[in-house]
Design a protein. Structure first.
Length: 152
């Protein structure tokens, strides 16, 4: 890591980004102010991720708590969230509906391209956290799923 920092220092680049597999390194040169430290991004949390027992902030800043065994379906990208394939169509899933890992639960539109988001776990949808047509951020929680006990 230090070798990469030294190499970037010896160039005229103001920003450097390297991604190898699940690891991403991003360096930015400051404008003479306090020195920037290298930032190492965590591996992406695309799809379903086990919910933390601790409070999870919502996009509006309020704290949320989920059951300790809950699984959050997170957005793997920035875009517009849609619960249904078309404005007049039924939602992909409803609260209380059983889902399989390959069940499409929503779409995220990015640059006019619709991306299907799968449940990535077997269980029951217990809450949808995003409104239809709402802009979502990377890794934002979209839905909460209570996993089947035998899905382990």
């Amino acid at each position: 890591m230090l070798r990469i920092v030294e190499l970037v220092k010896s160039t005229q680049f103001s920003e450097f980004r390297l991604k190898v597999g699940e690891i991403e390194v991003q360096l930015r040169r400051s404008n003479g102010a306090a020195a920037q430290h290298p930032q190492i991004a965590p591996p992406p949390a695309a799809g379903a991720v086990a919910a933390e027992a601790a409070a999870t902030p919502s996009p509006r800043g309020a704290e949320r708590r989920f059951p300790p065994d809950a699984v959050l379906v997170r957005s793997p990208m920035v875009g517009t969230f849609y619960r249904a394939p078309a404005p007049d169509a039924a939602p992909f899933v409803q609260v209380g509906q059983h889902v399989e890992p390959d069940t499409t639960v929503c779409l995220i539109e990015v640059m006019k391209l619709m991306n299907s988001i799968a449940a990535d776990t077997r269980g029951v949808v217990i809450e949808c956290l995003v409104e239809n047509g709402e802009y979502v951020e990377y890794a934002q929680a979209l839905m909460v799923i209570r996993p089947d006990p035998e899905a382990g």
